[in-house]
Design a protein around this ligand. Structure first.
Ligand SMILES: O=C(O)CCC(=O)C(=O)O
Length: 317
């Protein structure tokens, strides 16, 4: 079962289709996306591009001053909760560092920043030159258009470090829960920056699960100090705890560095912890439709502050 899905990920993208902008996906890839909720495109980036991004993130880490995160890890529990809420909820227009919890002790970073970071987010795509270049690539705009989007707006980016041996799991979820629009429009782009295998925490995707639709949404309860909650999309009731997904039939996406995975807003996906001695770095962006009639709610967790400008539109030509 797994083999047949894996084989069908790797559909070629050499067939050209008629459209008002140069096409990128084949009809076969588009059909695969609608049927399964995702597509894998091998070799989307060449080795030099991957290397450039890796070098760029290393510069971000070198320039990072751990003292700027210190307050979050050094204050009393209640204040720490408030500060970490603020740090997270105000990160939509900034480059902020999120750490493996166990990397801090008594307000001090106990290991090298490079091996202690969980992720960097959520606006590398506008604020970092190298990430801006790849995030506004016309091929992404074309893919979005070919999958039905009119005005692709890049709302968030993340550099995800699944560190060797310590990188934790990412629980099964749907991206539309976090980048919610009415109607749903989010498309996730996830690039491997290392060879991804089961033992270093590759993505797993449940083909066809997008047909269930997005089940719950993550929202701000009020201001940044009020925190966040999940609500069921069906009846808007508050729901706590993690989602219980039947992940049977999920497939591992074992792909080389430079490959792209395109994810439907409702497809269930996750990754396991990294038990290998090799890291599994990845970069992702999430794009929503900015066309008239699509609402990006003001209580979505991710917002730009007034001075940070609006989400950028990704060109298709
Ligand atoms: O990189 C990973 O392991 C999972 C990331 C993911 O699923 C997400 O950011 O939506």
């Amino acid at each position: 079962m797994e083999e047949s899905h894996e084989a069908s990920f790797f559909v070629s993208n050499c067939t050209q289709r008629m459209s008002t902008f140069p096409s990128y996906l084949t009809q076969e890839q588009i059909d695969h996306f609608h049927r399964n909720g995702f597509i894998v495109i091998p070799e989307f980036w060449d080795a030099a591009t991957v290397q450039g991004l890796r070098a760029s993130i290393e510069r971000e880490i070198d320039e990072f001053d751990p003292a700027s995160s210190k307050t979050i890890f050094s204050t009393a529990e209640q204040d720490r909760h408030r500060r970490s809420n603020e740090y997270f909820l105000n990160s939509g227009g900034k480059i902020r560092f999120f750490w493996e919890e166990k990397a801090w002790k008594d307000g001090e970073l106990t290991m090298e920043p490079k091996v202690a970071i969980n992720k960097i987010g959520h606006n590398l795509h506008d604020l970092n030159k190298e990430f801006r270049e790849v995030s506004y690539d016309v091929r992404i705009g074309r893919i979005c258009r070919e999958l039905g989007m009119s005005v692709p707006k890049s709302v968030q980016s993340m550099f995800i470090f699944k560190q060797a041996l310590v990188g934790g799991e990412v629980c099964p979820h749907q991206d539309g829960s976090f980048l919610y629009t009415e109607p749903q429009t989010c498309i996730g782009f996830w690039w491997a920056l290392d060879q991804c295998r089961k033992d270093n925490g590759c993505l797993w995707v449940k083909p066809g699960s997008h047909k269930l639709g997005v089940q719950r949404r993550f929202r701000r309860k009020g201001g940044v100090d009020d925190g966040t909650e999940f609500r069921k999309v069906a009846d808007n009731s508050v729901t706590s705890g993690s989602e219980e997904w039947d992940i049977s039939g999920s497939v591992p996406v074992e792909i080389p560095s430079g490959s792209l995975v395109v994810l439907h807003d409702a497809v269930v996906h996750y990754s396991e912890g990294n038990t290998s001695p090799l890291p599994r770095w990845a970069y992702s962006i999430h794009v929503v439709d900015g066309k008239e009639g699509v609402v990006y709610p003001k209580d979505n967790w991710l917002q730009r502050e007034e001075t940070e400008g609006d989400f950028g539109v990704i060109p298709a030509v």
